[in-house]
Design a protein around this ligand. Structure first.
Ligand SMILES: [Zn+2]
Length: 244
């Protein structure tokens, strides 16, 4: 499968053709053949918005998990909140993407993960201002967290055993499907699917790993210039944007 929007639309259509119902972490028990589509937003809210619109056009909804503390985007800035609201207006759910590493590095020991998740979910709910965050996924989880099967009041853990034991789980982490997702859909072997994709890897045209990362890194120059323009009068009298 290519990492293009066209291929992603094909994936959705294959799921429909093979009888899967697009479900979420809360309602999947209502369906005989549920598929839960999940997106971890590790780098770019803009790419998440693009995929959210495509999914809306295809008539499906999914869950977008956002980091509270990453150096790539700031969920509490006005621009970000507008993008997050756009994702929700497309009919999708926002969940918390939880990075335990932040706490481990700060303290040198494992944090109280459940307490930290509750706190981050509460903060993100307040920032977004659209109800409580009700789902969490883990960013680069440790072995302990992967195996912990955490139960959190009011929040569904997408790393809970049920979403791995009852479901066939497949992901495109590091821009590589570990198993052929299209074979999994068409094989008829599975009646519950849990699919993780990263919007970051998908583009109009197929790009290789290096080019897609490089484009993102270089686009930071433009984003920083725009942010500076909003914070300093007549920036163009001081410097022009450096076109890379
Ligand atoms: Zn992640």
């Amino acid at each position: 499968m290519n990492f293009t929007y066209k291929s992603y639309r094909n994936l959705i259509n294959q799921l429909k053709e093979h009888g899967f119902s697009f479900a979420n972490y809360h309602n999947y028990k209502q369906y005989d053949m549920p598929v839960i589509m999940r997106h971890d937003v590790d780098n770019s809210l803009d790419k998440a918005v693009s995929l959210a619109k495509i999914e809306q056009e295809e008539g499906i909804s999914s869950t977008y998990f956002l980091l509270l503390s990453t150096d790539f985007y700031n969920v509490s800035s006005k621009h970000s909140v507008d993008k997050i609201r756009t994702i929700m207006e497309c009919g999708h759910e926002i969940g918390l993407h939880f990075d335990e590493m932040k706490y481990t590095l700060a303290s040198g020991t494992m944090p109280d993960v459940i307490d930290a998740i509750k706190t981050e979910a509460e903060i993100m709910s307040r920032i977004i201002g659209a109800g409580q965050i009700k789902t969490v996924s883990m960013h680069r989880p440790s072995k302990e967290t992967l195996e912990a099967d955490y139960k959190i009041d009011g929040i569904i853990n997408s790393y809970g055993m049920e979403f791995f034991k009852e479901f066939k789980y497949v992901s495109d982490s590091r821009r590589r499907w570990r198993e052929d997702v299209e074979n999994i859909i068409t094989s008829g072997e599975y009646d519950k699917l849990h699919i993780l994709t990263h919007a970051f890897w998908y583009n109009e045209e197929e790009l290789d790993l290096r080019t897609s990362v490089e484009q993102f890194v270089l686009s930071g120059n433009h984003d920083r210039y725009q942010a500076m323009k909003e914070n300093i009068t007549n920036l163009d009298e001081i410097m022009d944007e450096v076109k890379l």
